[in-house]
Design a protein around this ligand. Structure first.
Ligand code: SF4
Length: 260
């Protein structure tokens, strides 16, 4: 019988928990729960059957739609949508909602510098989510981003630094998908005309496989997606950034190099 994602995820989480016990003890679990409680306002409990961490009152593996006020469709699958920014989410988010998915938006943000810029983009993401959409905001951790990616500072936009940055963001998104019982992972990154969508989808497939998830292959910029996102973000009054996100891309922008 095919395993549910909760069962697949439970194995991985049990492994993580077992490692945590061997290293820094249950503090790791407590800090994850505390952080999620701070970010989402939800209390987590460990599901007895699966071992998954799930919000109080929710069952892992079932569609999550409690914030929308709408009934989930019978066939709805939980999908975690990695949001690189609000404007890039304007087309993918409602499109996936129209399809048979129960969508949770996920914003990483550690790749956005300085913090003032991060706050502006986060406010726009919250605005896009409004009251009716489910959104998870990662704890802002630029120091983690710099620790891993500062060695690739000299890489131009689109090079190795960006590949690693995509992977870092998608791995964090995949962990959150497992915690939330989402089976499917997708990103808004492929709406940008400045990024390589095939490369992003390749990284997405690898990350999804690593975490036992299904990758939803999309090239959002197709069908005039980028132009429609610009129009839609204007209509919604969303903040639009002038550079991709990290300090290095900001420096490139200041030097006149075109970036997203
Ligand atoms: S330019 Fe964008 S994708 Fe590349 S490393 Fe910086 S934030 Fe990440």
């Amino acid at each position: 019988m095919e395993k549910t994602v909760a069962q697949v995820g439970a194995g991985r989480i049990r492994q993580d928990v077992s490692c945590a016990k061997n290293s820094v003890g249950m503090e790791v679990c407590r800090s994850v729960r505390k952080r999620l409680r701070e970010e989402t306002g939800e209390n987590l409990r460990r599901n007895g059957a699966s071992g998954c961490l799930v919000p109080e009152g929710e069952t892992p593996g079932l569609p999550l739609l409690k914030d929308s006020g709408r009934e989930p469709r019978k066939e709805a699958e939980g999908l975690l949508l990695h949001l690189c920014c609000a404007p890039d989410g304007t087309i993918p988010w409602p499109t996936l909602e129209e399809e048979a998915f129960t969508v949770t938006g996920y914003f990483y943000g550690g790749n956005i510098h300085p913090e003032e810029e991060y706050r502006l983009r986060l406010a726009a993401v919250r605005r896009l989510a409004a009251e009716h959409r489910r959104l998870v905001v990662e704890h802002y951790a630029p120091e983690e981003w710099f620790r891993l990616l500062a060695p690739f500072e000299a890489e131009p936009e689109g090079g190795e630094r960006c590949r690693r940055c995509f992977r870092l963001q998608l791995e964090n998104a995949a962990r959150e998908a497992l915690r939330r019982g989402c089976r499917v992972l997708c990103t808004t990154l492929t709406i940008s005309p400045h990024k390589n969508p095939d490369e992003i989808n390749r990284i997405g497939v690898a990350v999804a496989e690593q975490f036992g998830l299904r990758w939803l292959h999309r090239i959002w910029r197709k069908g005039n997606g980028f132009a429609r996102s610009v129009e839609e973000s204007r209509r919604l009054g969303l903040y639009r950034q002038g550079y991709c996100g990290c300090l290095y891309s900001r420096n490139e922008r200041n030097e006149g190099v075109e970036c997203s």
